[in-house]
Design a protein around this ligand. Structure first.
Ligand code: PMP
Length: 464
């Protein structure tokens, strides 16, 4: 029924909704600007807009929807809680649902951590869990400093933002910033040391160790190091396994707790259930959110029991007991495990990388194709420009924006990320079928070709 707010009333109603959104919502809105669609129905990888158009969703709730939209097992779990009469709001009280979720989650984690772990349920956003992790290690160590990486993304609240790399976004964080020592994350394509490969990662590790050991290095004694195993928002940059092992050694040797932010990489996304499994490192703290709530808001930290120096109420919050999210999350964790979806992500992701690398051979504007599992990035560059002083071609943010627009026009939702917003990011559900994979690749191929053509035409007419 048009007008009931759910069915959608065609293109006209969608336009009205979008117009009102632009007039009433804040200037800080994000996806809403680049994806002017009004979703009214969704299933799996497909979103249907109020205008009746259908899209393949390679954004999937910014990597949240491991099983896609409205997966039957998540819906069934939610319905059974609703039908059971269980309270939906319980603060941080014990419930059978929470008990079962905690057991299921701990079973998925590296046993060396999980066997002696504590869990803190946080306010239901990744950023609140990051805040909790930073507070935890500061309390446990009595130190204030923090080691974080260039290109990192950890959230939008103050301490999480201070750990984030984006200089513009950090402009509001004030003093929290001063406690963070920024270290170089290995970024092969734009290696800050100009060498790339294992050499670049090795230099990053040496820089880290030598800075920590230099009494005049200017480092505030660190309470912890926070790292993503694959940087997502930073431009889909997988850390080499060996480099992560080096970070683990360096921090362990110096008594610095290692916090791995698996908010985006968790629950099968990178081709292992948790991204730390690739390198085999055991963090002291893991930050988990997004997919663990089975599409509903949920965030926790899991950490070594020895770090639990908190006083009661040290990290409180009203919404730490989302029963629907715990039930949907537990069903999702189980489904991913039972159906080996991490392996599926590895297989499909590898196939997509191969196809996209093949495409790069035909388009000079594709500077780099990289990823791990179903976290894939295509970095677009200005192929006609001179190389920068590190030997890379400059980023092409306008071209990337055009690719996103052309993709949407072809019924494909992708997001951008990376240092200059020039990396096209693919984060499809792990349940993506072979047919959908082909459709995504075909549409993206066409979108890149179209955007490249338009950019060349504009350049040619500008040059006349
Ligand atoms: N850490 C990482 C690695 C993330 O990717 C994100 C979100 N993109 C966050 C933290 C913050 O999560 P949230 O947006 O739920 O606060």
């Amino acid at each position: 029924m048009p007008g009931n707010g759910v069915e959608g009333g065609g293109g006209g109603e969608a336009e009205g909704i979008l117009r009102r959104q632009a007039a009433r919502e804040s200037a800080a809105r994000t996806y809403a600007r680049s994806l002017p669609i009004v979703p009214v129905r969704a299933r799996g990888m497909t979103i249907e807009g109020a205008d009746g158009r259908r899209y393949l969703d390679c954004l999937a709730g910014a990597g949240t929807l491991a099983l896609g939209h409205n997966h039957p097992v998540a819906l069934e779990a939610i319905r059974s809680v609703l039908d059971s009469g269980a309270p939906l709001h319980v603060l941080d009280l014990a419930t059978p649902i929470k008990d079962a979720f905690t057991t299921a989650l701990l079973e998925t984690l590296p046993p060396e951590l999980a066997d002696h772990a504590r869990i803190q349920f946080c306010g239901p956003a990744g950023t609140d869990a990051v805040e909790a992790a930073l507070k935890l290690v500061r309390t446990a160590t009595g130190r204030g400093g923090l080691l974080a990486f260039s290109g990192a993304y950890h959230g939008m609240t103050s301490a999480a933002l201070a750990a984030t790399g984006d200089t513009a976004a950090r402009a509001t964080v004030g003093d929290a910033d001063a406690r963070v020592t920024r270290l170089p994350y290995p970024y092969d394509y734009r290696c800050p040391f100009g060498v790339g490969g294992t050499g670049g990662a090795e230099l990053s590790a040496r820089w880290t160790a030598s800075l920590l050991d230099d009494p005049k290095g200017g480092v505030q004694p660190p309470a912890g190091m926070v790292v993503e195993a694959v940087q997502g928002e930073g431009g889909v940059i997988p850390a080499p396994d060996n480099w992560l092992r080096r970070m683990r050694e360096i921090t362990k040797r110096r008594g610095i707790p290692l916090i791995v932010d698996e908010v985006q990489t968790g629950v099968g996304r990178t081709g292992a259930f948790w991204a730390v499994e690739h390198s085999g490192i055991v963090p002291d703290v893991m930050v988990l959110s997004k997919a663990i709530g089975g599409s509903l808001p949920l965030a926790v930290i899991v950490y070594r029991a020895e770090l639990d120096a908190w006083q009661p109420g040290a990290h409180a919050g009203t919404f730490r007991g989302n029963q629907l999210a715990m039930a949907a999350g537990m069903a999702t964790l189980r489904y991913v495990q039972e159906n080996r979806l991490a392996e599926r992500a590895a297989t499909v992701g590898a196939r997509m990388l191969t196809r996209l690398r093949g495409l790069a051979a035909h388009h000079a504007c594709i500077g780099d194709v990289r990823g791990r599992g179903l976290m894939i990035g295509v970095e677009l560059v200005d192929a006609d420009a001179d190389r920068d002083e590190y030997g890379a071609l400059p980023a092409a943010p306008q071209l990337a924006t055009a690719v996103r627009t052309e993709a949407l026009r072809r019924g494909l939702i992708v997001e951008l990320g990376g240092r200059h917003g020039s990396v096209v990011r693919l984060l499809p559900p792990l349940t993506i079928t072979d047919e959908q994979t082909e459709a995504v690749l075909d549409r993206l191929t066409d979108a890149i070709a179209a955007a490249d053509r338009l950019a060349r035409k504009a350049k040619a007419s500008g040059a006349k």
